[in-house]
Design a protein around this ligand. Structure first.
Ligand code: 5GP
Ligand code: ZN
Length: 135
């Protein structure tokens, strides 16, 4: 077992736990975006969104919801971002599915990603390609 998050879940690597239940373990990110930045991970090893079964994902997202509320109530922050980097190209460094719950303060200076716009006719083509897979 070489996965860092499996080792954290097993207690082989120390972590600052904030929540756990039968399916989920949540702990402070070692390099926080803001104080309280929490990682919510499945106890079982699944790489990403495609691999994790829906029932396990439901447990994970329920825990994310609890952690978000705890960040607000416990740290007094006004809001939070939820992130899941899915695959290396999207910035996923640890290949064990996890959600980032990142507290936000009005004056924290963080900026989200830059956004662009669609040229004429592009949005319909893109939407169609996605719809074909989903419908
Ligand atoms: P990813 O880029 O895979 O979505 O995020 C991985 C996160 O895990 C990073 O934010 C990184 O700071 C955090 N991380 C990596 N190694 C450790 C560790 O050993 N302990 C803790 N608590 N966090 C870690
Ligand atoms: Zn793992």
């Amino acid at each position: 077992m070489s996965c860092i998050f499996c080792k954290i879940v097993a207690g082989e690597i120390p972590s600052y736990k904030v929540y756990e239940d039968e399916d989920v373990y949540a702990f402070l990110d070692i390099a926080p975006v803001n104080y309280g930045h929490t990682l919510v991970v499945s106890r079982k090893h699944f790489t990403n969104m495609e691999e994790i079964p829906e029932n396990e994902l439901c447990q994970l997202i329920k825990a994310v919801k609890k952690v978000g509320k705890a960040l607000k109530d416990g740290l007094g922050v006004a809001g939070y971002n939820i992130g899941e980097n899915n695959d290396p190209v999207a910035g996923q460094i640890i290949p064990h599915i996890h959600f980032h719950v990142m507290p936000r303060r009005a004056d924290d200076g963080l900026r989200l990603w830059p956004q662009g716009k669609y040229e004429e006719g592009k949005a319909e083509k893109i939407a169609e390609k996605i719809r074909k897979v989903l419908l």
